[in-house]
Design a protein around this ligand. Structure first.
Ligand code: DQA
Length: 204
């Protein structure tokens, strides 16, 4: 299933810590390790367990947001003559492979609504950057445009198809002027190339 490729950021935060945080607040519990530190440690363990021993040095894992818009969850079954047979899961896996050596992992999300796209962006300001295929929201997704204008990280717009070789209503993207780069027409390879571009332009 798209979006379920990676382990969650943090698993197993003890319930009691959540209660301390909610009821007492951090300042009244100075003896407790911070929840942030616990999350870092837990996340490290999850990721490190999946890495070869020679690569297990420190905890430097960062997230890359892979955000796909409306109808892209249907890849593999959707107009295969245009979009190909790869599923979104195949694409998420490929992007994960591209960034693994840098110690980055992919947080993959697909939404059919603009509001959810915006919510996901706002929730991932801490990622190193984003690869975004907005689907048809490229054409008139003004709210998404405003959300991307405030996104504090580099991001690359990707389209599987060459939108300029298609219907004229696809020829303009209201988002593209804000992107660090745009890749269109190269199919799933475009996502890999966008990930490589982020490797160049994004800071750890
Ligand atoms: C697309 C191109 C858009 O015009 C279209 O609405 C999509 C997919 C692409 O990846 O080629 O949904 O973004």
């Amino acid at each position: 299933m798209p979006g379920t490729l990676q382990p969650p950021n943090c698993v197993g935060t003890p319930l009691s810590w959540g209660i301390y945080r909610t009821v007492f607040g951090f300042s009244l519990c100075p003896g407790l390790p911070s929840i942030r530190a616990h999350r870092e440690k837990t996340r490290c363990r999850v990721v490190e367990a999946n890495r070869p021993a020679r690569e297990q040095k420190g905890c430097l894992v960062k997230d890359v947001l892979l955000l796909n818009g409306p109808n892209l969850g249907m890849l593999g079954q959707r107009e295969v003559g245009i979009y190909g047979t790869d599923t979104l899961f195949d694409i998420e896996k490929a992007v994960g492979e591209e960034v693994a050596d840098r110690g980055w992992r992919v947080v993959a999300r697909q939404h059919d609504s603009e509001g959810e796209m915006i919510g996901t962006l706002q929730g991932h300001y801490g990622a190193v950057g984003a690869v975004v295929n907005p689907g048809a929201l490229m054409i008139a997704g003004w709210s998404l445009r405003d959300a991307l204008a405030n996104y504090p990280r580099p991001w690359i717009e990707v389209h599987l198809s060459n939108v300029w070789a298609r219907e004229s209503f696809r020829h303009e993207s209201v988002l593209a002027p804000l992107a660090n780069g745009v890749i269109a027409g190269l199919g799933p390879l475009g996502y890999r190339l966008a990930a490589r571009a982020l490797l160049s332009v994004a800071a750890d």
